[in-house]
Design a binder for this molecule. Structure first.
Ligand code: 91O
Length: 304
């Protein structure tokens, strides 16, 4: 692996790293040009140091959680994410092309992983979805219900596939619904958890405005599928109104609003009656009575 430092750009093997196209708590995503196949890709660059810091692992072993939750070591979690991504194959889930942890090749099972404690970066190469996120919120120009329905149907199929593979996404939001050749793919399994484990491991993963009210509840009440339905509901609300239903304040204050404030449709955008009904069913604060994936798929606004 050559990180040839030519003037102005970084080269990683056959990939030339170009401008940043995505940024988040996970790290950064850069446009990358592959000289071998004359094709552009999305290169997600993770910093091991940042991962360790976010997990507060410096210096002490993490408290071992009971049950099969995701491994606490964030590096192991990323390796697990890579292994999961390599096994997934669905038109509405992002495709991992290859991954590097510069500079030595260590072959783990069927994937090539570079590992070297000295180097801080971990590189994940994805097919480029040139349209980027389906919508950037907040915006005064939300999507029409027709366009939102087209994109949301794709997102539903992608999430249903993850649930079928016993995976909860746990961070669904517009930024993770990417638009490529006229279809939407679900991205970022960085927060995902096995449904079996997710049933017990609630914790505060994901993004506060999109996080289900029960995410702060005792872990036994938490269901990965129901939490994903909630986040899909907030995402659909954002696609058609241009904003999130509850916002502002600290994460704790926001969590309180999500738990206590009713769903409203202020502002000039009044969604259609069927859509308001679907949103109310997905944003039911009680996960036990919230719409299931099947109910959403069969809803009149979706099947229209
Ligand atoms: C304006 O044009 C644009 C074209 C493409 C993008 C873009 O791709 C952004 C993020 N991409 C990703 C992020 C991921 O996680 C956070 C993962 C993952 O880990 O699954 C995969 C991808 Cl691809 C942005 C703007």
């Amino acid at each position: 692996v050559s990180l040839a430092q030519a003037p102005g750009y970084v080269q990683l093997n056959q990939y030339r790293l170009l401008e940043p196209i995505g940024q988040g708590s996970y790290g950064i995503v850069k446009l990358a040009y592959n000289e071998e196949d004359d094709t552009h890709y999305a290169m997600k660059i993770l910093s091991k140091r940042k991962l360790m810091r976010r997990a507060g692992l410096f210096g002490r072993a993490p408290p071992r959680r009971p049950g099969p939750g995701p491994p606490p070591d964030p590096l192991q979690r990323v390796y697990r994410e890579i292994a999961v991504l390599k096994k997934l194959d669905h038109p509405n889930v992002v495709k991992l092309v290859e991954s590097y942890v510069h500079p030595h090749f260590i072959t783990h099972s069927e994937m090539q992983v570079l590992d070297d404690p000295a180097e801080d970066h971990l590189y994940l190469v994805f097919q480029l979805l040139e349209g980027g996120p389906v919508i950037d919120i907040p915006t005064e120009n939300p999507l029409s219900e027709t366009l939102a329905r087209k994109y949301f149907r794709d997102a539903l199929l992608g999430v249903e596939y993850l649930h079928y593979q016993r995976i909860a996404h746990r961070d669904i939001k517009p930024a993770n619904l990417l638009l490529g050749e006229d279809r939407v793919q679900v991205a970022d399994l960085g927060a995902c958890g096995e449904l079996a484990a997710a049933g017990r491991v609630s914790g505060t993963v994901g993004t506060p405005a999109f996080r289900a009210p029960e995410a702060a509840a005792p872990a036994d009440k938490y269901s990965g599928e129901a939490a994903d339905i909630w986040s899909l509901g907030v995402t659909l609300y954002a696609m058609v109104t241009g904003k999130v239903p509850w916002a502002g304040g600290s994460a704790v204050e926001l969590q309180k609003k999500v738990l206590s404030e009713p769903l409203t449709f202020p502002g000039r955008v009044q969604p259609s009656k069927p859509l308001r009904h679907l949103l109310a069913r997905m944003l039911d604060k009680d996960p036990a009575t919230r719409a299931t994936m099947q109910e959403v798929k069969d809803h009149e606004w979706i099947t229209d």
